[in-house]
Design a protein around this ligand. Structure first.
Ligand SMILES: *Cc1c(COP(=O)(O)O)cnc(C)c1O
Length: 493
């Protein structure tokens, strides 16, 4: 199976080449030329497997150059003791029609681990397959969760180095401490005096500097990225939708073949797009519910077919969804139209006017698969309190957005369909907001909030978070945004 660019002006490549490149030379995203189809027997077989085996079965359909043994080894190293639940992606049933898919049992307590624990191994195997001898150096600009998950994923992976830039005043205390205490011999973390956009712009500039690339090549390095437009991050996410379906059937909440709705808290559109791929492959899905916070550009897009990022940017308690440009949407537009020239036009309009209109037909096609909804910050916090009081279930602020959007949708429709809510972070990662939602007033800050939330709820905090205050701080340096390239150069000396 070959991978093609959504903008149609780059040659088709193999899966391993798509993973190495990340983004296509024409600026497009790689998508599989055809989506592999599965039948009910395939799903039944998955239901008898553990998470690792499910992941291998699904990934194998997309990564044909990887042998079964190779994928088995990669999955065993990626989804094991580094997760604090043997189910890896356990399903928690809330009531007859509702369950939560917990994707935050990995080392950084956010769902990014589901992809970033395995992607570095897929990448290094891809480098070997293509005879690349240089050391790959991952550069990341992060607003919080991605940077830490990428550091954990790449730490001490042979043949790789990783450097993360974060905005000095733009991440939470816990997020900052998570990165500053990062272990590993091949890692580096540097703060940037500026906001997330400054960090991101700086990294893009470094990627675009050809002279610098030549200098690094002479030293035996080349730069690559680990962000969510890389197919190596999207493909592993398809597996957990199959896994959730099997676990719903196993819990007696769904009959094999019955349709399941998926409700996904969405930012860059990667997580929910993986669910759409699972559906296109043959998983019985009823619809995808795209849940947003006050940055509701996707809610409006699904309702009207007009994508318009010209609007106020809101800082919310679900910061990983504070996004106005959802990069992975480009893949959906390409898959639904098969028309790269049209996608190019939309992306050009987005770059120049911050807006594009897909017209009535494509708009209707999108609405046939996706239902959009959003809620305000206070509504999401109220939802945390409600779930805790009514069901004794503690959820984080991002999951709460999805839960509230589902609640509102069911109220409008006057009925409940079987639905899995995708849970993207541990509540302990966003302790301040969760405590506030529970009505707890506290003077604590930073890592002490983790212990406070554990004391208030009687729930044990994930070990990497509860031990954070005691870990030695390794990275304290910061740079002006003009000096980011010199910092990379010093790291890769
Ligand atoms: C990244 C992230 C999201 C958004 O996922 P996308 O794939 O970008 O849509 C939601 N919640 C949390 C906690 C995240 O870290």
């Amino acid at each position: 199976m070959m991978y093609v660019s959504t903008r149609g002006q780059s040659e088709a490549v193999t899966a391993s080449q798509a993973i190495i490149r990340g983004i296509a030379p024409d600026g497009g995203l790689y998508v599989p030329e055809t989506i592999p189809a599965v039948d009910e027997a395939f799903i039944r077989a998955l239901c008898g497997m553990n998470y690792r085996e499910r992941a291998v079965a699904v990934l194998g359909l997309y990564l044909e150059e990887f042998s079964k043994e190779e994928l088995n080894g990669i999955a065993a190293a990626s989804y094991g003791d580094n997760f604090d639940d043997p189910a890896i992606a356990p399903l928690h049933v809330l009531d007859d029609d509702t369950a939560v898919l917990e994707l935050w049992h990995g080392p950084t307590s956010a769902f990014k681990d589901m992809a970033l624990q395995i992607m570095p191994r897929l990448l290094t195997a891809s480098l070997r397959k293509n005879g690349e001898a240089r050391t790959v150096s991952i550069l990341v600009a992060t607003s919080g969760d991605t940077g830490k998950a990428a550091l954990e994923g790449f730490r001490d992976v042979p043949g790789t180095r990783i450097m993360v830039f974060y905005p000095r005043d733009g991440v939470s205390q816990v997020q900052k401490l998570q990165m500053a205490t990062q272990e590993g011999e091949n890692v580096n973390v540097v703060a940037v005096a500026g906001n997330f956009d400054d960090a991101q712009t700086g990294v893009k500039k470094i990627f675009g500097d050809r002279d610098f690339a030549r200098t690094l090549a002479e030293r035996g390095y080349f730069l690559s990225s680990a962000n969510s437009i890389n197919w190596g991050r999207l493909a592993p996410q398809i597996a957990y939708y199959f896994s959730a379906y099997c676990d719903m059937v196993g819990a007696g909440k769904l009959a094999m073949g019955q349709k399941l709705d998926l409700c996904v808290p969405t930012g860059n559109f990667g997580d929910i797009l993986a669910g759409w791929y699972a559906w296109q492959m043959g998983l019985p899905v009823g619809r995808l519910i795209c849940a947003s916070n006050e940055n509701n550009v996707l809610t409006d897009f699904i309702a009207t077919g007009v994508y318009d990022k010209n609007r106020p940017f809101h800082l919310t308690s679900s910061p990983s969804m504070d996004i106005l440009v959802s990069s992975n949407l480009e893949r959906l537009l390409y898959c639904l139209t098969g028309d790269a020239a049209r996608v190019r036009g939309y992306m050009q309009a987005l770059a120049e006017q911050g807006r594009y209109d897909v017209g009535p037909q494509l708009g209707a096609d999108i609405r046939a698969d996706f239902t959009g909804g959003y809620c305000r910050d206070d509504e999401a916090k109220a939802e945390i309190g409600l779930r805790w009081r009514e069901q004794g279930y503690l959820m984080d602020t991002h999951t709460a957005v999805a839960s509230r959007v589902l609640r509102d949708l069911r109220a409008r429709e006057g009925a409940a369909r079987p639905t899995v809510i995708v849970s993207t972070a541990s509540p302990f990662k966003f302790g301040a907001a969760v405590l506030e939602a529970l009505g707890v007033v506290t003077d604590e800050t930073g890592p002490a909030l983790v212990d406070e939330l554990a004391a208030v709820t009687g729930i044990g905090a994930p070990r990497p978070l509860s031990g954070l205050g005691k870990k030695p701080v390794r990275f304290v340096s910061w740079v002006e945004k003009e000096d980011m390239e010199s910092a990379v150069s010093a790291f890769l000396a």
